[in-house]
Design a protein around this ligand. Structure first.
Ligand code: GTP
Ligand code: MG
Length: 173
């Protein structure tokens, strides 16, 4: 309501990373616009959305960056990570290989950002529980080992989408 001024102090850059087709772009569109696309195309390059949040009465501007999981579609990595204060590392609970890649994504993150970055491990597509390949316990235990928050989400049915972003933002803030 007050607008301008003080609000500008709280601009947080958050990056979303993980293998192709784990649902990064849909998590972002669900969070920012409450939209889901069952036929979304692979991201090429980098996109971002800015979302205003009210955290404890403070206006927070979250600038959330989304890039391609596929190497050949990715933009310059160092620019993508520059200035990030939070990260969502996403895998797909129905594809073990995407969970195996989490270690590699965390390595890349640690190469480009310092250790204070707020990190959340996200097991997406929890609506597909009947074809799950990664148990919730496995997700939880990797998160504990690596010192990350953990949540299972569904961009399709909205489970924990807001919560996942908000926990990371609260950690930073
Ligand atoms: P890249 O841009 O290639 O890195 O992929 P991405 O991680 O951005 O994946 P994207 O959001 O494009 O989603 C890939 C596919 O998974 C699409 O067909 C989505 O509709 C589907 N999808 C995304 N999230 C969910 C979810 O929570 N549940 C289900 N059932 N499908 C999902
Ligand atoms: Mg994408």
């Amino acid at each position: 309501e007050e607008g301008g001024g003080a609000g500008e102090e709280y601009l947080f850059k958050i990056v979303v990373i993980g293998d192709s087709a784990v649902g990064k772009s849909n998590l972002l569109s669900r969070f920012a616009r409450n939209e889901f696309d069952a036929n979304s195309k692979a991201t090429i390059g980098v996109e971002f959305q800015t979302q205003l949040l009210d955290i404890d009465g403070k206006e927070i501007k979250a600038q959330i960056w989304d890039t391609a999981g596929q190497e050949r579609f990715r933009a310059v990595t160092s620019a993508y990570y520059r200035g990030a204060v939070g990260a969502l590392v996403v895998y797909d609970i129905t594809r073990q290989t995407t969970f195996d890649s989490v270690t590699r994504w965390l390595q890349e993150l640690s190469m480009h950002c310092d250790t204070t970055v707020g990190k959340m491990l996200v097991g997406n597509k929890c609506d597909l529980d009947d074809i799950r390949e990664v148990s919730k316990e496995e997700g939880k235990s990797v998160a504990e080992e690596q010192g990350l928050f953990f949540m299972e989400t569904s961009a399709l049915d909205s489970t924990n989408v807001e919560a996942a972003f908000e926990v990371v933002i609260r950690e930073i803030y």
